[in-house]
Each structure stands twice: as C-alpha cells, then as structure tokens.
Design a protein around this ligand. Structure first.
Ligand SMILES: Nc1ncnc2c1ncn2[C@@H]1O[C@H](COP(=O)(O)OP(=O)(O)OP(=O)(O)O)[C@@H](O)[C@H]1O
Length: 296
C-alpha cells in the first residue's frame, strides 16, 4: 500500500526525463491523444475485470473512447482526471449502473471473471450483488441501522434464520468499522447518524451481500477529514478481501489508498501504472500536467 501523501508535484518535477522540456513549450491542452493508446501498465496477470475497446455514448456524444484495461483481483485501483473526463461513466459500466440511463450505450468487451457483463441473459441484480457500489453522497434507506444492512441479505435470501441475519449484520458493521458505534442503537433510524457514519453504513450495506468488488464513486467528497481518514483506513482493510475501484478528485487520496492509478482525459485512458510511479514519474505529459496542477 502506498502511503505518500505529500510532495507529489515536487517529486514529479524533479525527474530528469527529456519530456520535461517539451511540456514547457506548448500548452497541455494542445496535446494530441492517440486513441486507444494507454501508456504504462494497463493489463494485469490476474485480472478480475478484462475490459477491451470500451466505448460509451450518451446519444451521439462519445464519453468513453476505446479504453482497454484490466483490473486485478484484490487490487485497489484509483480513477483520476479532470472533471467530465469519464471516470464515473467508466466505473458505472462495471456493474451496469448505466443501464438506467436511456440515452447511454456501451460498446466493446467487458468481462468479470471472463464472463460478459453485458450478456443480455445476465442477471443484473446478481451482478450488482457481486459488484457493489458506494456513492458520493451517503444514501442510507430511511430505515433502522439494522434494516439498512439486513436489506440486501433479505432480498437475496442469504439468511434462513434471524440469528443468521443478526450475524451478517454484526459482521458487516464490524468490517465497516461501525459496530462499536452502532451496536446499542441498531433500531435507531440511519438518517440520524453523522455523514461519516452514514457512509460507513453504506459500506456495511454493500459488504452484507458478500460482494467480490466494491465500486466507490468519490466516497469521501461529502465527509470531513476525520471521517475521510476512517474510510481510507477501511479501504486498506477491505483490500484484503475485495477488489476496489475508487473514483477520486483527491490525488493525495489516490496516493494513500491505491495500488494502481488510472489517469483519464477527455474520455481517453491516458496512463495507468503503479500509483507511486504515476505520481513520481508519470510517462505521459498530460498525466504530469494534471498531477502538477497545470489543469484540472
Ligand atoms: N446522464 C448523462 N447524460 C448525458 N451526458 C452525460 C451523462 N452523464 C455524464 N455525461 C457526460 O459524459 C462525460 C463524462 O462524464 P462523467 O460524469 O463520467 O465524468 P467524470 O470524470 O466522472 O466527471 P466528474 O469528475 O465531474 O464527476 C461528460 O461530458 C458528461 O457531461
């Protein structure tokens, strides 16, 4: 796990690659991006997801442009890039959350454990149990803490007896680091919790159906620094059991929590590499421009 949290720009600027000279000569936005060409290490020896030539359209507008990427088993991968570059759109393909958007079309090959995610015969409810999601804003149901966590296991029939359900709720809350705070108020309404607690409850809710992957779309953007630190600790703990994909606007967060980082730009996947490499010696000038704050 990478623990760098400062000095990203300084380290990036200290490298003596010849590319540095060319950056000074023209604006980053003038850079021509070679479609479908991602520098670094976009592929993995043990992929959980194999994503090839993925394109996503909203009506005629192409939001994702010929992206190929593997996401490794039990890897934490961060998606970074300027606003509107397609991070969330690409993330939402991984459990077909885009299905609910009528104008959205997904092309290419997307496989989870070598099975086509977009197979028309695929059970999307089962897919989303395997590939859970935590959103930007904590969105607990207006129910009790217990019922929030028990909801998924109930609809998926994961517990035959009340005692089994109790165990799932307790284990999920423990894994989400919320048990001590919640155990004496399981019947209290979830919306009365703090924002950070609500977000950990949403993580517990995702964990309760035994997912293999957890997608996180800016999970800390509505949280204060202490609640953010708690969720980041959780990500580190959860990475032992799950594959985690996190979209973040915070480069420090990407550096702290992820093994690999993927840099998106205008719908292209420009660079993917081990996180410390992306932040200390980016190979693409657009990545370097972004992490040194030239735009974004
Ligand atoms: N439901 C939608 N309908 C039409 N266009 C959309 C829709 N959602 C996203 N887009 C467009 O797709 C492109 C990529 O958006 P997306 O939200 O995936 O980017 P992002 O990198 O996650 O942005 P941000 O960091 O601001 O959340 C943008 O041009 C956006 O306007």
């Amino acid at each position: 796990m990478n623990t760098m949290n400062s000095g990203i720009s300084a380290e990036a600027e200290n490298q003596d690659e010849p590319r540095a000279a060319s950056v000074a000569e023209h604006k980053p936005e003038d850079t021509v991006i070679e479609e479908g060409k991602t520098v670094g290490k976009p592929f993995s020896d043990d992929p959980k997801f194999k994503l090839r030539n993925v394109e996503v359209f909203y009506d005629q507008a192409r939001a994702i442009k010929n992206i190929s990427l593997d996401i490794g088993r039990n890897e934490v991968i961060a998606f970074i890039g300027p606003s509107g570059c397609g991070k969330s759109t690409f993330l939402r393909c991984l459990n077909r959350m885009n299905d609910s958007i009528d104008i959205c079309r997904v092309k290419g090959s997307l496989a989870l454990d070598d099975h086509d995610i977009y197979d028309p015969k695929r059970d999307v409810v089962e897919l989303r149990a395997r590939v859970g999601m935590v959103f930007q804003k904590p969105n607990p149901f207006p129910k009790s803490i217990y019922d929030n966590v028990a909801y998924g296991p109930r609809i998926h029939g994961l517990a035959n007896r009340k005692s089994e359900l109790d165990d799932i709720v307790e284990n999920s809350l423990r894994k989400a680091g919320l048990w001590e705070e919640a155990k004496d108020r399981l019947d209290a309404t979830a919306t009365g919790m703090s924002g950070g607690q609500q977000q950990r409850l949403c993580i517990a809710r995702a964990i309760a159906v035994s997912p293999e992957v957890i997608l996180m779309d800016e999970p800390c953007s509505a949280l204060d620094p202490i609640a953010t630190a708690r969720v980041e600790e959780l990500i580190a703990e959860m990475s032992e059991s799950y594959t985690i994909v996190i979209v973040t606007h915070s480069m420090q967060q990407a550096a702290r929590v992820s093994h690999r980082t993927a840099y998106f730009h205008l719908g292209h996947l420009v660079e993917v590499n081990e996180t410390n490499k992306v932040f200390t010696s980016p190979q693409h000038e657009l990545t370097e421009s972004y992490i040194t704050g030239r735009f974004g």
